[in-house]
Design a protein around this ligand. Structure first.
Ligand SMILES: [Zn+2]
Ligand SMILES: [Zn+2]
Length: 137
């Protein structure tokens, strides 16, 4: 079953938290990042744990499982490739709202084609690392 957009937003947030050097993500940070109240975020994260996407360590934090990491990587890649597309190829401003919409609707074939068109960029315009795809080797 494909993951829903809201699930993907959480997994993406956890990836970003880890990238910032946090071993475990903090509930309040994740809630802030997504723009949702902490109790609602907690409820969602508990659900994600049940579905095997994250491990929630009470009073310590949240980490991605391999299953969650796979989804997060795909979304992060789509997000950052779209930013490069806007900035470098289309020469427009980065429209975060559009990026966050598009990132949920790109399959791997499309992303690899986009990545190839953009010459396999390693970083987004903000300097964040773009995960490699099959096309990048
Ligand atoms: Zn970026
Ligand atoms: Zn590539």
């Amino acid at each position: 079953m494909p993951t829903s957009e809201s699930v993907e937003e959480y997994l993406e947030a956890l990836w970003v938290s880890e990238e910032r050097g946090e071993k475990l993500a903090h509930l309040t940070w994740v809630a802030d990042h997504i723009g949702i109240a902490a109790p609602s975020a907690l409820e969602m994260l508990k659900k994600l744990e049940k579905e095997g996407y994250v491990i929630y360590k009470t009073r310590q934090g949240i980490e991605l499982t391999e299953k969650g990491r796979k989804v997060a990587k795909r979304i992060i890649r789509a997000h950052r490739l779209t930013e490069v597309l806007m900035k470098e190829a289309l020469k427009t401003d980065i429209q975060e709202e559009t990026v966050c919409g598009m990132e949920h609707h790109m399959d791997e074939k499309f992303m690899d084609a986009l990545c190839t068109l953009l010459n396999h960029p390693r970083k987004c315009p903000h300097g964040h690392v773009i995960p490699k795809g099959k096309c990048c080797v």
